[in-house]
Design a protein around this ligand. Structure first.
Ligand SMILES: *[C@@H]1O[C@H](CO)[C@@H](O)[C@H](O)[C@H]1NC(C)=O
Ligand SMILES: *[C@@H]1O[C@H](CO)[C@@H](O)[C@H](O)[C@H]1NC(C)=O
Length: 151
């Protein structure tokens, strides 16, 4: 089940998906506003090679593969491909949390071994989980994510 934080997010996403008569820029602004107040990103200072991970503020895994894609779009980004995460990992990105990528697999990029993160492996560790499973999401944007101060 989605957390309370993400219920807000999801109801807003439904609004975005099903309300076609509103001005698109207003919808995007509204979605951005909601997500900025319910999600946090890493790296906080932007991205590595365009890639950043988005997660709920309460750090509870909450995005299935469908919602994951919408979260990135609402942050003016798109869901990262495995190759984009791989390049970012090569350039130093590591997380201790799984995130969806476009190919609908969950990945965790590691630059250092850690028993608690990614099975003590380095590189992009993958998990072929069911699309209904909740993880974070890796997003890609050449301009990074929304204004840093607001997240
Ligand atoms: C941005 O954050 C990452 C991760 O915290 C860090 O490795 C990197 O040095 C930071 N870059 C700048 C320009 O502050
Ligand atoms: C993800 O969650 C949404 C909202 O609960 C639901 O509509 C959608 O079918 C789910 N997608 C998957 C792949 O489970």
């Amino acid at each position: 089940m989605m957390s309370i934080v993400c219920l807000d997010l999801c109801s807003l996403l439904s609004l975005v998906l099903y309300t076609v008569s509103l001005d698109p820029s207003q919808i995007q602004a509204a979605a951005g506003f909601s997500i900025l107040h319910s999600c946090t990103v890493y790296p906080e200072n932007g991205s590595i090679s365009g890639v950043f991970i988005a997660m709920p503020k309460n750090k509870k895994y909450s995005f299935n593969a469908t919602i994951a894609r919408e979260v990135c779009e609402s942050l003016s980004a798109h869901i990262a491909t495995r190759a984009e995460v791989q390049l970012a990992n090569h350039n130093g990105l590591q997380t201790c949390r799984y995130g969806w990528v476009k190919e609908q697999i969950a990945v965790i990029p590691r630059t250092e071994k850690n028993e608690k993160c990614g099975q003590n492996k380095v590189g992009v560790i993958t998990w072929a989980a069911s699309p209904s499973t909740s993880f974070d999401v890796f997003c890609f944007s050449l301009t990074g994510h929304f204004p840093k101060r607001m997240v």
